[in-house]
Structures are given as structure tokens and as C-alpha cells.
Design a protein around this ligand. Structure first.
Ligand SMILES: *Cc1c(COP(=O)(O)O)cnc(C)c1O
Length: 412
């Protein structure tokens, strides 16, 4: 059951910001609506209830949305922790003044122990080598190292084997300088309709936690396993904390239907830089991959695969121009993408084009692009390049934001 979800218009767009952006003359840029992120975090809170923590997944530059603004916004909206993949990502957040606990998930090993401990980051570990390194650094720096022990319940990637994990937890509790913060695992299939494997993983995780308790271990540690798919479809997996990525950005994980209280936070726009006539039987771009069947007009757009527009979208995707769809023609190149605008005679250089987002009554979702590219929605976002300028809308919460207002109405 694949349902592309609707874009709900979020009001209160900060006009000053938009004007500043237009004055800036960017040619291809992202608009990130922080009110959308706030709304999505609040929706996650409604789904998980008041006592479960939200660990905001802000790895890969917050799925392209910009790590620091996204993190500050997620925390203000109710997330209590942040998680990244690498030490560098954690350092970026610290430099941006983020004060919430930051967890480095890896993959990464003992080499990050020194700086992780020195900076007070928590580390997810799967083996004793990393535990030992953290303990050594902790003594050297005179500072406790927060640790989450990961157990592999079926993802088969990181995590200690279930048979060895209790021993690893015991070691963490006994070693000088280490502080056990959490016990976690990761689901391989939470986005699929068939929940049987996810349920098996959850059962294995719960058995493991019971076994720890029986040995008097991990008392008070946070148990967390749920990603966006499980937040939506497997409430039993919410446990002490959840780790939303996709859902926080308003993306539908694996095509799972999400309700109107979840909105995409990101819009990708560009301006047409050149328009030319193209004669029947002439071609466009590298490899002459598209030959026109009729006389038409083509427009050049100032972005390409270096900005994260996947080359597999060549000949398969559209952008929006004057509220209409215009197809991509020819090979997508590093900096330039071409569209056929024969049916949009008013298209001119300088006109605004929407790559992801809505214009008039039309909409192109990140999910649509993923589908056409043969990719997953996470990839479409994570590849958004550094060259794209990011502009933030609605940095400050309005008193009556839609989701807050709805929640207030329900509780009063
Ligand atoms: C990326 C990631 C998540 C978030 O996944 P989404 O599907 O985007 O919600 C959660 N847990 C781990 C370990 C991850 O790597």
C-alpha cells in the first residue's frame, strides 16, 4: 500500500526571509521550513506518549536539511537527545551551541574515543575494543564516557551478537570511567508491510533486556530500537526512546502512509538560466541521449548531479514551471539539467522552478523522485549537495502553530 502523502501548506511563512532570499539571487537553493520540523516532532510526541524520549537523528547534515538549525528546532519542539554518525558531525553540533546529549552511532571505532570523551559525546559501541579505548580516554581526560551498547537482533550490520552482548554490558558497568546510558538495536524491515521479522527482532531485544535485568545489569539504561517505520507501525517498539529520522523531516519511510500532521520541511527551488529553441531531430546533452521528436523549447536549470540530482532521473522525472510539470530531457550533467518547456510558452530565464515541493496545484515529493530514480527517499535527501544554499523559514515558533493548536484543543 503505497500512498504518496499530501503537502499541507504551513502558514506563517516569514516574508522577510523570503525577500532576503530573492535579493540574494541564488540560482538553486533549499527552503527549510522549521515550523514543519516542529510540527513533525510534536506529531511524533503524540504517537509515542509523554514518557518516551525522542532522539533526533540528525546525521548526514540532518538528511540534507542542515544539522545545526534542525537540531536546535528539534530540541525546542521536544526532542531530548541528538544522534549523528561521525565525530565530525558531533563536533559541528557542539560548535553550534547544541547542549543536549549527542550520541555518535558510527560506524566508527576506537579512533574516535579521544575526542569523543574530551567533548563529552556519547558513543554507541558493539565491541570491547571500543569500550576499552573509551575507558582509557576517560581516565586520561578525567571525564566519564557515556556509552550505549548495541546488540544485533537481525540487522546483521553493527551490534554485539546477542550471546556476547550481556558480557559487553557487564564490562561497561565494571570498567572505570564508563557510564552505561543505553541499550539499543536497529530494525531491518520496519518499513515493510510484513511485520513478522520486525516483531522477531523486538522480541529478541526484549528477551535480551530481561536477561540483563536478571543479572542485575543495565538498571535505568534507556532501551531504544524504533526508527520512523516502527514509530508509525509498531507501537510496542517505542520503549524508553525512539530514533526518528525520516518522519521528523516529513518524509514517508518506505511509502508508509502518514497523516496530515506530518509535513515535508524541505523545498528545492531553482531559477531557469537559459531558454532556447530546439529543432525536431536535434539532440540535447552528453551522449545525445534525447533527440526531439518535434520542434520545441528547452530550458537549462542550474543544478546537476553534483547537487544531488540523481543521474537515474534522466528522462524520468519532472520539475514544476508556472505550475505545470516539465520533463527532464537528456543526461543530467554535473551542474546543469535540461527540461522541455515546449508546452509552457511563458517560460523565461529567471523564472522560478520547483524541483521538490509544490507550485500552484502541482506537487513533486521527495518520495516521487526516489521512486523515479529507483532510490529510497533517504538517499534523495542525504545527497543534497553543499552548494545548495539553505534558507530557513519560521525559525521562531508562532503561538498557534497547527499541531500545537490541535493538541491544545484535544486536551482542553
Ligand atoms: C538513520 C537511523 C535511524 C533513523 O531512521 P529513519 O528511517 O530515517 O527514521 C534510526 N536508527 C539508526 C541506527 C539509524 O542509523
Amino acid at each position: 500500500m503505497q500512498e504518496l502523502w499530501r503537502l499541507t501548506t504551513v502558514p506563517h511563512v516569514d516574508r522577510e526571509t523570503v525577500t532576503a532570499m530573492q535579493a540574494n539571487n541564488a540560482s538553486s537553493w533549499l527552503e527549510i521550513d522549521l515550523a514543519g520540523i516542529r510540527r513533525n516532532v510534536r506529531r511524533i510526541r503524540e504517537l509515542i506518549g509523554p514518557s518516551c524520549q525522542i532522539i533526533a537523528m540528525v546525521k548526514a547534515n540532518a538528511y540534507g536539511h542542515g544539522a545545526a538549525p534542525t537540531s536546535h528546532t528539534a530540541i525546542a519542539a521536544g526532542a531530548s537527545r541528538l544522534s549523528v554518525a561521525t565525530l565530525e558531525e558531533a563536533l559541528e553540533l557542539k560548535a553550534a551551541g547544541v547542549e543536549a546529549p549527542i550520541m555518535i552511532m558510527g560506524p566508527g571505532g576506537a579512533e574516535l574515543a579521544d575526542e569523543a570523551v574530551a567533548n563529552g559525546f556519547e558513543v554507541v559501541i558493539s565491541n570491547r575494543e571500543v569500550a576499552d579505548a573509551l575507558s582509557r580516554q576517560s581516565q586520561r581526560h578525567g571525564r566519564a564516557a557515556g556509552v550505549h551498547v548495541k546488540v544485533d537482533t537481525g540487522m546483521g550490520r553493527l551490534g554485539a551478537a546477542v550471546e556476547d552482548a550481556a558480557e559487553l554490558v557487564e564490562r561497561v558497568e565494571e570498567m572505570p570511567g564508563l557510564r552505561l546510558v543505553g541499550i539499543c538495536s536497529h530494525l531491518a524491515t520496519s518499513e515493510q508491510d510484513d511485520q513478522s521479522f520486525a516483531r522477531e527482532q523486538l522480541a529478541a531485544f526484549e528477551r535480551f533486556c530481561v536477561q540483563l535485568a536478571a543479572r542485575g545489569l543495565a538498571d535505568g539504561a534507556l532501551r531504544h530500537i524504533a526508527n520512523s517505520g516502527a514509530i508509525l507501525t509498531l507501537p510496542e517498539a517505542h520503549l524508553d526512546a525512539v530514533r526518528p529520522g525520516a518522519l521528523m523531516y516529513g518524509l514517508s519511510p518506505g511509502g508508509i502512509a502518514v497523516d496530515d500532521d506530518v509535513v515535508p520541511a524541505l523545498t528545492w527551488k531553482a531559477r531557469i538560466c537559459h531558454v532556447r529553441r530546439a529543432a525536431k531531430d536535434s539532440s540535447v546533452g552528453y551522449g545525445r541521449r534525447h533527440v526531439f521528436e518535434r520542434d520545441t523549447r528547452v530550458a537549462a536549470l542550474p543544478f546537476g548531479y553534483a547537487d544531488g540530482y540523481l543521474t537515474t532521473l534522466s528522462g524520468r522525472a519532472d520539475v514544476l514551471v508556472h505550475g505545470q510539470r516539465a520533463p527532464i530531457v537528456g543526461a543530467i550533467s554535473m551542474d546543469t539539467t535540461m527540461i522541455d518547456v515546449g508546452h509552457i510558452p511563458e517560460a523565461r530565464p529567471g523564472d522560478e522552478v520547483v524541483v521538490i515541493g509544490s507550485q500552484g496545484d502541482e506537487q513533486i515529493t521527495a518520495e516521487e523522485l526516489a521512486d523515479r530514480a529507483g532510490a529510497i527517499v533517504h538517499e534523495v535527501l542525504a545527497r543534497l549537495g553543499q552548494r545548495l544554499k539553505r534558507y530557513y523559514l519560521n525559525e521562531h515558533a508562532e503561538e498557534q502553530e497547527p499541531c500545537a493548536a490541535a493538541a491544545a484543543a484535544r486536551t482542553s
